[in-house]
Ligand binder design. Structure first.
Ligand code: ZN
Length: 272
């Protein structure tokens, strides 16, 4: 998608003009096709308390992005989940929050969303240093598969308000992975303008990640989900969750990471 690129302010060559007009026309059609009824929009906002900080202009932009998101995203329900407008909009509103100022082109690699009723338990095994294989069960609340197919579960999506109290948000977590994956690698480093910005990002991320792992090892009750200690890619995803749904305590716990994410997403959720 080219229409929503915030950096495309400068006029391109003359032959881009018809494409731009075509993109605008397509966007206009999509917005008309996917207009969100006022009562459903208000209901969705009331269920997601972390959206309350958005001013009127931001809410209007979020609603516009939700329409475009719904127009281009395939949803499939499984385990008896029927994808209603309610369910689709609950996902869209949370998914579009991180890219409110960046645009939906960050989600171009998303292939579709499968919604389960509840989390699933995966059987995992890991080999220790002595070559002994340990079997364990891991609950999976969401997953971004190869090829861009995302799995979510309705139980956790629909209880996002309660989850926010402990910095948990499955939709924002999985979409943080989509943003990260937009570079081609899932490594905690999202698309950045140049090498210098990348190096700076890696420096801040690695330092914050090391500090976080020490806290987790010491048994400290962190704001950021201890699952983030799995690796820098997961740390990035849980930090993005905390940034958007528990901004004030997250900023206190990890000020450098907060500042970096605020600059990246061009949002300052801890400011109110
Ligand atoms: Zn993850």
């Amino acid at each position: 998608m080219t229409g929503g690129d915030p950096d495309s302010g400068a006029r391109g060559p003359w032959w881009r003009a018809p494409l731009t007009r075509l993109a605008q026309w397509r966007e206009h059609r999509a917005l008309a096709r996917r207009a969100i009824p006022e009562d459903l929009w208000q209901l969705t906002l009331s269920r997601l308390p972390f959206l309350a900080r958005l001013d009127e202009a931001d809410r209007a932009e979020l609603r516009r992005l939700c329409s475009l998101f719904l127009d281009r995203t395939e949803f499939h329900g499984t385990d008896g989940v029927d994808i209603s407008d309610d369910i689709a909009l609950a996902v869209a509103a949370q998914a579009c929050l991180p890219v409110l100022r960046l645009g939906l082109h960050y989600y171009e690699r998303l292939y579709g969303i499968v919604m389960r009723r509840d989390e699933v338990v995966a059987q995992r095994s890991v080999m220790d240093e002595d070559g002994i294989v340990h079997e364990y069960e891991e609950p999976i609340v969401g997953e971004l598969g190869e090829g861009g197919l995302m799995m979510l579960n309705w139980h956790d999506v629909s209880t996002a308000a309660e989850g926010a109290e402990w910095a948990f948000n499955v939709v924002i977590h999985e979409f943080a992975h989509v943003i990260d994956a937009a570079t081609g690698d899932i490594d905690g480093v999202p698309p950045l303008p140049d090498r210098e910005a990348r190096e700076r990002w890696i420096e801040v991320l690695d330092t914050a990640y090391e500090q976080f792992c020490e806290l987790v090892d010491d048994g400290v009750d962190t704001v950021v989900d201890p699952y983030g200690a799995e690796g820098p890619d997961e740390f990035f995803a849980v930090a993005v969750e905390a940034f958007f749904v528990a901004a004030v305590p997250f900023k206190r716990e990890s000020p450098e990471m907060y500042a970096m994410l605020a600059g990246y997403f061009r949002q300052d959720p801890a400011a109110g």
